[in-house]
Design a protein around this ligand. Sequence first.
Ligand SMILES: Nc1ncnc2c1ncn2[C@@H]1O[C@H](COP(=O)(O)OS(=O)(=O)O)[C@@H](OP(=O)(O)O)[C@H]1O
Ligand SMILES: [Mg+2]
Ligand SMILES: [Mg+2]
Ligand SMILES: [Mg+2]
Length: 382
Amino acid sequence: MSSSSSALPISSPELTVALSAVLRASLATTQIFKTIPSSLTKSDKSPVTLGDFAAQAIVNTLIAKYFPDDGIVAEEEASALREDEQLRGKVGELVKMALEKDEQSLTGTKESELPSGSKKWSAEDWEQSDRFLSALDRGNFNGGPSGRFWALDPIDGTKGFLRGGQYAICLALVENGEPILACMACPNLPYAVSDEKPKEGDRSGVRGDGSVFIAVKGKGAFHRSIAPPSAAFEPIKMNSLSGGLSSASFCESVEAGHSSQGTNARIAELLGISSPPVRMDSQAKYASVARGDGDIYLRLPVGDGSYVEKIWDHAAGALLCEEAGGSVSDCSGKRLDFGKGRTLSANKGVVVALKGRHTEVVEAVKKALIEEGRGNLLGEQK
Ligand SMILES: Nc1ncnc2c1ncn2[C@@H]1O[C@H](COP(=O)(O)OS(=O)(=O)O)[C@@H](OP(=O)(O)O)[C@H]1O
Ligand SMILES: [Mg+2]
Ligand SMILES: [Mg+2]
Ligand SMILES: [Mg+2]
């Protein structure tokens, strides 16, 4: 049952565990970030690193321990590690290091404030074997419209991670097709304005501390510095845009192949926005907009829109923005449906803006897509 946690502004056993999980995963990824991580290429030609594997194994181990009945829809799977003993050994060491870290010195939560967990998934047990491989493979759940499950992107923005840019560990609890809890660690996103972002390619990490974000449906969104553990969570809100939409700044992907940067430029023009877009890897875009570092996040499909977005790329970020006063939809204005399985198959593209300004932004999106002859991406609402 709910036990009040000194470290968190909202009392929830799921949130207490989620925070522990993403902060432990970020210990592992921060350590690897300092080296040039080697990467493997997956069947869809996208990269995966030992950071992605370790982070997923860490988060899944903790979910399996505290909520053994919950399914997990996560990006990675263990087959490449089963075939590569050396890589498996390195991932195992990182998982062990992160799971053994003292709870209070990491999250600020006393061990006794965690829910009682299943003994089966304790650190001593997996240490004896390659148990973390089966933890990793627990991410194969198919999701769906009813009941609850977790959505995990162990490293979102793997290309950013490899480049020395932004990346995020993104965990959400989804219930009946909607994210109800989110926890996102952005180790390279400075918490304090005075902290300097790492320059592209500089692998020493952020000067100061990265940021961790949480949100619970109906209870608001918050952020704090990743360290020290005693740092308090502060509420976050999107900018009120009192100067009108023309004063807005918008965020988009770094990779031109992931969203349509040309269409975004036309939308900015239609809205009277003259400032250039801020390009950033990963769901750090959602987090930045949620706390007012930017105002609009546009992720419009490229080409014929055949790419189908994955739920783990959006679940945590979408809740953060909604709880910070935003609306999140696809390019036709429809809510994102996280109950369709592992993908957002009912949606095309993502548009995030302040609630009272969102309709105006979607109208500009529709106009730009129709002008380009891509009105078919708007479905029936064309
Ligand atoms: N073609 C295409 N279209 C849209 N999205 C795609 C595409 N290919 C990959 N992906 C997913 O993009 C995720 C990274 O998104 P980002 O916004 O971080 O992209 S970018 O690096 O800033 O461009 C990335 O997530 P990670 O694999 O977790 O990094 C992918 O799931
Ligand atoms: Mg991703
Ligand atoms: Mg990923
Ligand atoms: Mg990936």
